[in-house]
Design a protein around this ligand. Structure first.
Ligand code: COA
Length: 328
């Protein structure tokens, strides 16, 4: 069996053009810019128009990632789309992306792991490349969360946003790419962040729609504590597995859930603020898209350079969580 490291060779990202600022929210919900900024760090979020949907942003991000990797879509063998907001229940968004980018030799699929979905995708694809089963893969995080947000629920509607980020994965040199990765879940935390309606348990009906059961519901306070503890724990496990410490890290890119969660994770890990990337003020929480968007921004701005050791960590509804250690 081969033992080939897998790494990111091209990234891309995309947002809808619509923006919802805190001032815009002040006009439709009982909140203030000051409350939102202090509690979440968010100043604005991206919002898709009525006729825009998840795969459109995923396709833009994927095409950009392929171009930067210098690869044609036909070279891709697996497309993993991490999303909690698919275009439709069937077929998978991964399959729809496959058709739109012309990846005629790929298998497209979705991963349903909320905000940790991109790390779930990286972990799965890493093992397929490591064992020589495939050579090139696309891992995408793409969401249109604002279509699942109840704009009368002031504690959730201020957080969620829309966008997509994509990564092309390929075999890389032995000391590069994904050095360690770990994903976890605990379904006992289901009700900390969930959308109860629309599945087989509470199928779509006039009653479920009237009761807003299709919207995201969140127990923000409880989630906050589990998120901080879980991300810090799994980050330490991954560093230890690869034989590194936080001092070896150039950067930490956490899922952009909330600035206070990011700050608390950094403090728990003992990493200084300058080493922790944050773009939540401009982009809000884009769930599975937030990490690939952040990586792409760091690569484009030169914050991350070749050879840098970077820790990715995420937490999301499920609960799901994970960390991935990458040398670029
Ligand atoms: N504007 C003004 N007041 C608001 C508000 C808003 N947008 N949202 C909630 N409040 C009010 C509450 O109604 C409550 O009022 P009360 O004391 O009169 O009952 C008060 O603020 C405190 O509510 P609480 O929920 O305890 O606030 P909090 O400090 O926990 O902050 C969150 C709420 C959602 C910002 C915070 O819990 C959080 O960030 N959790 C993590 C969420 C997250 O990251 N989710 C994504 C995971 S991937």
């Amino acid at each position: 069996m081969t033992n080939q490291n897998a790494g990111i060779i091209g990234m891309g990202h995309a947002f809808p053009s619509g923006i919802l600022t805190n001032a815009d929210l002040e006009k439709i919900v009982d909140t203030t810019d000051d409350w939102i900024t202090t509690r979440t760090g968010i100043r604005q979020r991206h919002k898709a128009a009525e006729n825009e949907y998840t795969s459109q942003f995923a396709v833009k991000a994927a095409n950009q990632a392929l171009e930067r990797a210098g690869l044609k879509a036909e070279a891709i063998e697996i497309i993993v789309c991490a999303t909690t907001t698919p275009d439709q229940i069937m077929p998978s968004t991964g399959a729809l992306i496959q058709a739109q980018i012309g990846a005629t030799n790929a298998a497209g699929m979705d991963i349903f792991a909320a905000c940790s979905g991109f790390l779930y995708g990286l972990t799965m694809v890493e093992s397929m490349i490591r064992t020589g089963q495939i050579k090139y893969a696309l891992v995408i995080g793409a969401e249109v969360l604002t279509k699942y947000v109840d704009y009368t629920d002031r504690s959730t509607c201020v957080i969620f946003s829309d966008g997509a980020g994509a990564a092309v994965l390929a075999p890389v040199a032995e000391d590069k790419g994904i050095l360690a990765t770990k994903i976890r879940s605990d379904g006992r935390y289901e009700e900390q962040l969930y959308a109860p309606g629309g599945g087989t348990k509470l199928g779509t009906s006039h009653a479920t729609i009237n009761d807003g059961m299709h919207f995201f519901k969140m127990k923000g306070n409880e989630l906050f504590k589990v998120a901080v503890r879980s991300m810090a724990e799994v980050s330490r496990e991954v560093l230890e597995k690869a034989g590194y410490t936080v001092d070896d890290l150039k950067f930490v890119i956490p899922h952009q859930a909330n600035q206070r969660i990011t700050d608390a994770v950094a403090q728990k890990l003992g990493v200084s603020d300058e080493k922790v990337y944050s773009n939540i003020a401009e982009h809000g929480n884009t769930s599975s898209a937030s990490i690939p968007i952040a990586i792409d921004e760091c690569l484009q701005s030169g914050k991350i350079k070749e050879g840098d050791l970077v820790l990715l960590t995420a937490f999301g509804g499920g609960a799901t969580w994970g960390s991935t250690l990458i040398r670029f």
